[in-house]
Design a protein around this ligand. Sequence first.
Ligand code: NAP
Length: 499
Amino acid sequence: MSSQTAQQAQQRNGGREAAVLDAVPKQLLIGGQWIDAEGGATLEVLDPSTGRVLCEVADGSPADGVAALDAAVAAQADFAKTSPRERADILTRAFELLHERIDDLALLMTLEMGKPIAEAKGEITYAAEFFRHFASEATRISGGYQTAPAGGARFLIARQPVGPCLLITPWNFPMAMGTRKLGPAIAAGCTSVIKPAHQTPLSMLALGQILIEAGLPEGVVNIVTAERSGAVMEPLIRSGKARKLSFTGSTKVGKILLEQCADKVLRTSMELGGNAPFIVFEDADLEEAVAGALAAKMRNMGEACTAANRIYVHESIAEEFGRRLGEEMGGMPVGRGTEEGVRVGPLIDQAAQDKVTELVTDAVGLGATVVTGGSAQEGEGYFFTPTVLTGVSPQARMGTEEIFGPVAAITPFSTEEEVVAAANDTPFGLVSYVFTNDLRRALRVSEALESGMVGLNQGVVSNPAAPFGGVKESGLGREGGDTGIDEFLETKYIGIALA
Ligand code: NAP
């Protein structure tokens, strides 16, 4: 899409975009009040389709972070006493408001993050679903009553909120990664300080407004937007006032935070990076496998921890698979996410565009063939043409690093044993995808793959009712599902003497 067309689109949408941006709070949410950052500091929010400034929001300081945590600590005892039904009702009202405002929220997300409007609406729906799911879970928190094996004493097992939590979210799913943490935290009776990524603070600020309107008591959720995330969050982690850190982001940052958490033995949930293998066996339904690869690769422009990073296709069908995937990806319209028909928006920033370019250049240098695409787009914004590479060497950097862009890297394989070994040859283990119509192979390979999740003949695994999370360096703990709330609950055993 030419930059002239993109500019025309901005003018067309101008009035509505400005109105949606104006309506979002731009301050920090602390103790139920919207307040300026210390000294009135602000940070710029950029439109990744142009690189231009959309608006400014408060740039929280370390002192602002402390004030936010103090507010969460002050609100904790009363919030823990609220009834499960009360907490469920707040989440249900927030769920409804997310749906009522989906058009504006989707536009806001597209503006700050770049994904096409249809995908942004999909994310709002997905995000809201965490609130609906955990509204039900709030009313199902249960304990136990047991007779001691030797008789006499009784055990009462109670579940209690962990306490004030620190929540840190990434830019790629600015709303859903927030509700995936806030849903269970609120359901469990925990207060929190949440820090969104500096690139995409607006969706979280809009969510804060919704939570207030849904009746959340003051101080239960505090939002700190900040450019200097390390300087703001480290003192809070080390303060001893918070009891848990739940983080979604890169493995590199996750490791730093785990070290910091060790100081006060904070409970941690870590949703970290991935390097998903996508395996297509010779007996797979080829059309289904291509559709699955398209979903697993192109959701969110490839900027997803669950993105198919290494696509292994049996050598007997690799060429045909590459040709068909190339046709599909080559035909996807690229442009500003606000425009009708666009299916691929810009990458998040210049660094992302440069990294994807480097990875493609490296793979091509090691012998990969470009079926379609292959380069960044000229002009404003951080667009990258959807790219399919075949014959990607296992030595290519994209075999070990997250591509985080619209690049499908296909490597042929010959045996099941060989491909399972290659798939597991990574420190990451978030998700794997397997396409086969052989039931025994499907189960054998699913069990052998070292990942927290497996997509079997499907290219998307995310579902609020399922336990999401990774093994190895992809993380600790699970979000969603019927165990997601456990991350925010402590188990207390009360021994009771009867005699
Ligand atoms: P990132 O650089 O690790 O940042 C994630 C969040 O951590 C941001 O809010 C960031 O704030 C903050 N942060 C960075 N350094 C920090 C520090 N020293 N102390 C405290 N907070 C810090 O990751 P990203 O680039 O935003 O996100 C992409 C990564 O997230 C990928 O690796 C992807 O696989 C992973 N991810 C995982 C999942 C999952 O569920 N497993 C889901 C989505 C994404 P700033 O904006 O200020 O840097």
